[in-house]
Design a protein. Structure first.
Length: 455
């Protein structure tokens, strides 16, 4: 029998588990549930059919079920929750950390969420009431309410006793936040410093008053930037009065970075709001179709541009042979520039203060690439058509096309960032289609001028 402690979900294990379910081998399923880590079990469930997932999931205790649910892809998680009654969900919610509980309840339909909130204990209901109003992509939306705070006039002994009292409530405890009598954040002390100081030492004398914190309304992407920049493992969250209201730990930041990367990649490819584990063809189609339709109309517009230069093409039919080259060079150059711009904005390497510098760099890069590619294409056209003048015109158009595409590819994401629009929307179909149209205009426009002058 396969060891269930393996971290790799392979086809053999999946088929073995399916066999247990088909045979109604509850003992083997129970052994699987007890031995597998939550993340591995979540991975396994994503590879099973909906009825098979539910069969295994019902063997989990509420605490274990919660640990597994938070690891599962949202689309799969939603289908599991649809098959559970409100009482079962409320039992799970009570075992979760406040931030995970709020995420789970927040994804439920409104009526179902209300049933769950009414079924949980007053303490959990109060926590949900504090967290759910915050947008899910803000510091308030990803923070947890479990933390340890100590007054600045308390002693080290008092602080250690507080930690002991909350050891079952607060996980991954690295720092204690120091507050004043009005619960305003005034300092921080690490666990290491705490245990090394004498018991009677006052917290205010050993705390670090230089605290990096975020407001509840801070965008989660900005929170991730701060954590990365200052190498933090946790960051406190305050409200408008600087009162400490929660904390965000490194595991939540990892999720944020992954979510932001997934979102940017999806937007760059023209795939909006599609989960990786989604299995419904209609939902997947709905996520991809808008950009495909936009690209379709962009292609029609490109055809209209070509139609306007019909007379030029009739004179030199061979000009149409180079449409794929022209459009590919424009699209590829624009995608390269926009991808670098989006990545730089996402990582913080490119900021609004150095937009001009970035555009100047892209302009120089595009000019170098355009000259090299233009010379190569110009030589090919010159020898192919035995027309060196036309070869020069095609070479010039290639230089202008690459230059135009490089600048547009970098400028559009930067402009969208300044307008507080996700820069990733600028890449993929948007930049590619725009550059296709402009590239055709440049190419056919220069050739038409050349034919007009020489005839």
């Amino acid at each position: 029998m396969t060891s269930f402690k393996t971290e790799t979900i392979n086809e053999r294990l999946i088929q073995e588990v399916k066999g247990f379910i088909g045979q109604d081998n509850r003992q083997a399923i129970k052994k699987l549930v007890d031995e597998m880590r939550a993340a591995d079990l979540a991975d396994l469930l994503e590879h099973l059919a909906p009825d098979e997932r539910l069969f295994i999931f019902k063997f989990l205790e509420p605490e274990g079920a919660g640990d597994v649910l938070v690891e599962i892809e949202p689309s799969v998680q939603g289908r599991i929750l649809e098959d559970l009654d409100s009482k079962a969900i409320s039992d799970i919610v009570e075992e979760l950390d406040s931030d995970d509980a709020a995420d789970l309840v927040g994804d439920l339909p409104a009526e179902r969420a209300r049933e769950v909130i009414d079924a949980v204990t007053d303490d959990v209901s109060e926590e949900l009431g504090r967290l759910l109003p915050y947008p899910e992509d803000t510091a308030g939306g990803i923070m947890a309410l479990e933390f340890v705070a100590i007054k600045s006039d308390a002693t080290v002994r008092d602080a250690i006793e507080t930690v002991r009292e909350k050891r079952g409530e607060v996980e991954n405890l690295y720092y204690l936040w120091v507050i004043d009598d009005f619960e305003r954040l005034v300092g921080v002390i690490s666990m290491k410093d705490l245990v090394l100081e004498p018991p009677e030492r006052e917290i205010g004398s050993i705390m670090n008053p230089e605290i990096i914190s975020v407001h509840v309304d801070t965008d989660q992407e900005e929170v991730a930037h701060l954590v990365k920049k200052y190498d933090l493992v946790t960051i406190p969250v305050v409200n408008g009065n600087n009162r400490l209201v929660g904390r965000i730990t490194h595991d939540d930041i990892i999720d944020v970075i992954e979510d932001e990367a997934d979102e940017d990649i999806s937007l760059m490819a023209g795939v909006i709001h599609q989960e990786f584990a989604e299995e419904s063809p209609l939902k997947i189609s709905r996520a991809r179709l808008p950009w495909l339709i936009a690209g379709l109309f962009g292609g029609v517009l490109a055809a209209v541009v070509i139609k306007q230069f019909e007379s030029s093409l009739e004179k030199i039919l061979a000009l149409s042979f180079f449409f794929p080259v022209i459009m590919a060079m424009g699209g590829n150059t624009g995608t390269q520039a926009s991808t670098i711009a989006v990545r730089g904005l996402a990582t913080g390497d490119i900021g609004l203060m150095n937009i001009g510098k970035r555009l100047w760099v892209e302009l120089k890069v595009a000019l170098v690439n355009g000259i090299i590619c233009g010379i190569l294409l110009g030589l090919i056209v010159s020898f192919w058509l035995s027309d060196y003048a036309l070869g020069f015109i095609v070479a010039l158009s290639m230089v202008l096309i690459v230059l135009n595409s490089g600048v547009i590819g970098a400028a559009v994401p930067l402009a969208m960032k300044r307008l507080n629009i996700d820069p990733a929307l600028a890449t993929g179909p948007f930049v590619t289609t725009l550059n296709d149209i402009l590239s055709l205009l440049i190419y056919l426009g220069l050739v038409t001028i050349y034919l007009y002058v020489t005839t």
